[in-house]
Design a protein around this ligand. Structure first.
Ligand code: CMC
Length: 388
């Protein structure tokens, strides 16, 4: 039919107008609200970035303090929600538990279905941003069969997350390298940067899902839960977990060639995880920042240098190989994040939840932009019917 344009995968369809995030895929440029990601990742905290994405500008010192205190205060889960974790099998992937937890929040805060004032929108936004690290940490503790560690009001957003993962009951941390460790400022800083790099990315698959669910008038927290579901797959946020799995599978530098050959073989479904991007065709600026961060952390944290060697070799070969050059395949953000997260003591299954924590502010900002837009319409594409 000549009535519709046919665009599988929406490679050339803009679904909305947005003033939140700008990407120039040819130049490798990424900006939140006009500010380059390089500047935000090195000169500003994740909470400043949250304020920027939600309010359109960086916070004043008072605004930042207010946001910090509010997020600490809102980090606690409704106590009866804790039972939800008990319903999950011990070996549940934390992403399962996390998406269920986000959905459950829509029941506890049903009133957010109707938002009127800017204050209503803010409360809805701050609540889910603050609770996401707690949901993720509880999901993780449950998967270990370990006691839940409640948020500590004396700790800021990013530090609190590491604390809830590591602490013993009673809130004690430990110097023993084989057990939970003290939280070093450099670790908090590295994780904060990782959150910033994940905070928003315009109309990626999960954000498109969040906007689509928003378009039907459903509760904002189930829209976020749908975003979590969409993010989980290997082609999207699940790639960070797959990268480390793949590096371990490759096992040593000598094996790299074999796997590169598999990635190039059109008959083999094997793909190099952490390579390629729908929009970036020269480099992923987030990946560049993380690569630099990785180099800086080698001295200070216990990075897995064997995995780094394998990763470097993959990069070297891929970046000089015709197959990858022709298809403009470069390492993306997920290629580097896993090695840093491992050094922070996070298991692979927590990598995609970290992406969720960082991205929640972006989903919420996009949800609000959509709901306030005069152009908001139900997402309802057409099809080319090819059946009987
Ligand atoms: N390894 C080997 N070949 C690849 C890869 C890869 N990682 N990515 C794409 N290709 C090839 C693909 O086979 C195709 O070749 P041909 O033209 O010969 O058929 C060509 O490159 C174009 O690929 P595509 O699948 O049409 O590209 P896309 O824009 O639809 O997909 C992508 C983008 C990110 C889903 C894909 O590159 C991919 O699967 N990468 C691996 C998973 C990954 O790292 N995802 C993370 C994305 S970054 C941010 C986030 O986490 O969301």
């Amino acid at each position: 039919s000549g009535m519709f344009s046919y665009d599988p995968g929406f490679t050339s369809t803009a679904s909305c107008r947005s003033e939140i995030t700008f990407i120039d895929g040819e130049k490798g440029e990424l900006r939140y609200r006009g500010i380059p990601i390089e500047e935000l990742a090195t000169g500003h905290s994740y909470l400043e970035v949250c304020h920027l994405l939600l309010e359109g500008k960086l916070p004043t010192e008072e605004e930042l303090t207010a946001l910090d205190l509010e997020l600490r205060h809102r980090a606690f889960l409704p106590e009866s929600l804790v039972k939800l974790f008990e319903t999950m099998p011990d070996n549940a992937h934390p992403m399962s538990t996390l998406s269920a937890g986000a959905t459950a929040l829509s029941a506890f805060y049903y009133e957010h279905l109707k938002l009127e004032s800017d204050e209503d929108y803010r409360e809805m936004a701050h609540r889910i941003i603050a609770k996401m690290p707690t949901l993720a940490a509880f999901a993780y503790r449950h998967s270990l069969g370990a006691t839940y560690i409640y948020p500590d009001i004396d700790r800021s957003f990013t530090e609190n997350f590491l604390y809830m993962l590591r602490a013993y009951p009673g809130g004690k941390l430990h110097r023993d390298p084989s057990g939970p460790r003290e939280i070093k400022p450099i670790e908090v800083q590295a994780l904060d940067t990782i959150f910033t790099l994940h905070a928003d990315h315009e109309q990626n698959a999960s954000t498109t899902v969040v906007r689509s669910v928003a378009s039907t008038g459903a509760h904002p927290y189930v829209a976020i839960a749908s975003g979590i579901a969409a993010l989980w797959g290997r082609a999207h946020g699940g790639a960070n977990e797959s990268v480390i799995e793949q590096l371990r599978m490759i096992g040593s530098v000598e094996n790299v060639d074999k796997f590169i050959a598999r990635a190039k073989d059109p008959k083999d479904p094997f793909r190099l995880m952490g390579f390629g991007h729908r929009v970036y065709k020269n480099f992923d600026p987030r990946a560049r920042i993380l690569k630099t961060l990785q180099d800086q952390l080698v001295e200070e944290l216990d990075l897995d240098t064997e995995l780094m060697r394998i990763a470097r070799r993959i990069e070297e070969i891929a970046l000089s190989d015709e197959y990858f050059i022709k298809r403009k395949l470069y390492p993306n953000i997920d290629f580097y994040s896993g090695i840093i997260l491992t050094a922070l003591g996070l298991p692979r299954s927590m990598f995609t939840p970290v992406f969720v924590i960082g991205r929640t502010v972006g989903w919420v900002a996009q949800w609000i932009e959509f709901r306030k837009s005069p152009e908001a319409k139900i997402a309802r594409p057409r099809q080319l019917y090819i059946g009987k």
